[in-house]
Design a protein around this ligand. Sequence first.
Ligand code: HEM
Length: 292
Amino acid sequence: MNLHSIENVCETFMGAKINAQQNSGSEFVRAISASSHCMYARSQNPLLHPDLLFHMSSLGRQQARYLATVHATSKEAVEERAQQLLHDKGWRARIPILDMLIELSRNDKDYGRLDVREEIAAMLIVEKVLMEQKEIFGDSDRPATYRDIQEMKYLEMVIRETIRLYPSLPVFGRKLQRDFDVGDFVIPAGANVMFLAYQIHRNPKYFPDPEKFNPDRFLPDNVMRRSPYCYLAFSAGPRNCVGIKYGMQAIKGTLSAMIRKFKILPGSTPLSLQYKIMLGSRTGFKIRLESR
Ligand code: HEM
């Protein structure tokens, strides 16, 4: 999880400003990132897959310590916030989700070389995104409202296409509670099944010319023509991501603020993907910002 996301989630959910980007060394921020590193290290070592062996290993004990820090800090934030809310009855412009939950419970409820055509296509996509922003904001640099964000339909298609090619969780899984019939064979209850979102998103049967970046794949008509289970950027079905709306809102708000002020240009680092539970880049993502 990057520092901006940690900061964003803490502020929205707990009403806690942690300034992760400045305090990247804070115990809480380090514990979040270290515990996800432990998850990744475990996934790479089959000996540590059984819970019993993992919990007995030094990695398992390390992860338990990091998780204890994360849980203790979150618990402290919940308690502190609950105390503040008891004394704070005034109107607030932004209500953190944690506050709402407390209130409810109280009421008892490689970018490589592009050929010229691709480059023109990419420029057209950028133009369309900018036109949409212009239609919504004109020349104003005011912050985006909830309603503005709902109107950023093309930007949302661009984001959906980006996370089709680079899903944050390229692989995730489920443990079967019942036998599962898949045509000629049955996967028995208790088996762990992995969903390879990165590969499914590149299946030409569902996404023709899959390496091509084409936001139009997410035009409503095109989405209707596909099974909802071939796009797993937020998972699908009854246990899909509960943060879709919030995540989308946060990304659209952040991008809108950036692209209205800056041209975003590629930096010098070629994209080198790395899987550590989350999909990331081995070398970071260098970009150049030029004032508009
Ligand atoms: C663009 C941002 C996001 C993406 C791409 C994303 C993606 C996903 C995916 C693929 C899953 C399924 C994981 C699995 O079943 O193993 C998931 C689950 C989940 N996500 Fe997100 N997520 C995003 C943002 C968020 C945010 C902002 C929150 C909350 C603040 C959130 C909360 C959750 C939770 C709680 C689950 C587990 C749901 C369950 O198993 O019942 N997500 N997310």
